[in-house]
Design a protein around this ligand. Structure first.
Ligand SMILES: [Zn+2]
Length: 451
């Protein structure tokens, strides 16, 4: 006897869409086929059944200067579940006084209240040559990807060439993944040095100060180190056509490189900075132009950019209060609750993606990249029953006040959307029912990832 049967929905994978039943037992998918029965049934006629989304780029409870991102692991994962996300990969918070494994152990305590499964990338901050065993120990803990920044020297996050090259060598030896925030900070600094106080007081100059040139230059640099060391490289939040071009250039010559983008780079442009609310959109990389959006959609369709994540790093309007310069703002946008509906509405409904592409870019490819597949990101017998039941017919309007994310700002406020999450299942348990969260704090499991 099955624990639960989802009846009559269209089961969507990255390759197929089939109208059939799906059964769950002991938290896993145990049968897919017609006429399955159970005492517990969800009627999914006219609905899509997809693997729960995997968001490998979130920043819950992230200290940023005097602020902290406004979602903790409980509120942020409740919002994620309501948006159809069933696993997140967040980041440890590096400190030069601690080792990478110590950072990870601390972060595990902070994440205890998560309502969905979670893992971390190990943030590399203040790492020193000769401490290679930190990477090995982290991999043994199930942390198989490590985050580097080529910018943010002021907060100690920037890794110089020596650190990048030597850490990549060890990461290659272990078979782990080097993930990089790629912006050339020397270029950014040179542009900023030419700006007056008045220039810094104009929000739209955020985009001028961090152009696509900076992204392209930094991708070239880290791709060169990946090429020399054999490390697998993943570029986070690719924002520009030039960034896509440089990833393509590296991939063509055999570098093991992948990339992700985010809804904000697919759907918003730098024009939003000109409005009276422009400062609420502060983020890095900065928002680009419509030509960049077209290239990013194409890159997703054809696989050069593997998947979409949120870079969820919310702040309230008060935290983003304008203080005279775009340099004085916390950078980051909310996104976990709206990603899937936005990708369906703007991607599938507008013909930029097929429904099967949507599954590939919102779960499967991410799971494959970060060692979660096929336990996660797959509708197959034995996979975790992490599922989203999605109603493509519901029309709704995004309002920050209606959402669970702990912020009063949405970058998509007022946008009309087709398609909404109806139910979300995590390891077979219904944690979102008819759009309302019904799970418990702390039910999420830490996922030890594989190489
Ligand atoms: Zn980020």
């Amino acid at each position: 006897m099955y624990d639960l049967v989802i009846k009559g929905g269209t089961v969507v994978t990255s390759t197929d869409s089939v109208k059939t039943d799906l059964a769950v037992k002991n938290g896993r998918i145990s049968a897919i086929g017609d006429d399955l029965t159970s005492e517990s049934v969800i009627d999914a006629r006219e609905k899509l059944i997809m693997p729960g989304c995997i968001d490998s780029h979130t920043h819950m409870s992230l200290p940023v200067g005097i602020n902290c991102s406004s979602d903790d692991f409980y509120t942020g994962t409740v919002a994620a579940a309501c948006g159809g996300i069933t696993s997140i990969i967040d980041f440890s918070v590096g400190d030069p006084a601690r080792s990478i494994p110590e950072d990870i152990r601390l972060r595990m305590k902070e994440a205890r209240d998560s309502v969905i499964d979670y893992s971390f990338h190990g943030e590399v901050l203040g790492w020193k040559l000769g401490h290679e065993e930190e990477f090995r120990e982290a991999v043994e803990m199930g942390i198989t990807s490590f985050k580097f920044y080529t910018s943010y020297a002021a907060s100690g996050r920037r890794s110089d060439s020596g650190i990048l090259y030597n850490a990549f060598k060890e990461i290659a030896r272990l078979g782990a993944v080097a993930i990089v925030h790629a912006e050339d900070e020397n270029l950014i600094e040179s542009i900023l040095s030419g700006m007056s106080e008045q220039d810094l007081g104009r929000m739209e100059n955020l985009a001028v100060s961090r152009p696509d040139l900076c992204e392209g230059s930094a991708i070239d640099q880290v791709a060169f180190y990946a090429e020399q060391t054999g490390a697998r490289l993943h570029i986070v939040h690719v924002s520009s056509a030039l960034g896509v071009d440089r990833i393509g250039f590296a991939a063509e010559r055999g570098v093991l490189v992948s990339g992700e983008t985010c809804p904000q780079y697919l759907l918003l442009t730098r024009d939003v900075y000109k409005g009276s609310q422009g400062h609420f959109f502060s983020a890095s990389p900065a928002l680009r132009e419509s030509v960049d959006q077209d290239v990013l959609w194409d890159a997703l369709k054809y696989g050069l950019i593997g998947f979409v994540v949120t870079d969820h790093c919310p702040f309230t309007k008060q935290q983003k209060e304008w203080k005279g310069s775009f340099l004085n703002l916390p950078y980051g946008l909310p996104g976990v609750e709206t990603m899937l509906s936005l990708l369906y509405s703007e991607g599938v409904e507008k013909g930029r993606l097929s429904i099967n592409d949507l599954v590939r870019i919102s779960s499967e490819h991410c799971a494959r990249t970060f060692g979660l597949y096929p336990q996660k990101g797959s509708i197959s017998i034995g996979a975790d029953a992490d599922l989203v039941i999605f109603d493509p017919k519901v029309k709704w309007v995004i309002r920050a006040g209606d959402l669970h994310m702990n912020t009063d700002f949405s970058p998509y406020e007022g946008r009309e959307i087709n398609g909404k999450v109806e139910h979300t299942l995590s390891r077979g348990e219904v944690i979102v029912k008819n759009g309302s969260f019904c799970g418990n704090a702390g039910r999420g499991h830490f996922i030890a990832r594989k190489i």
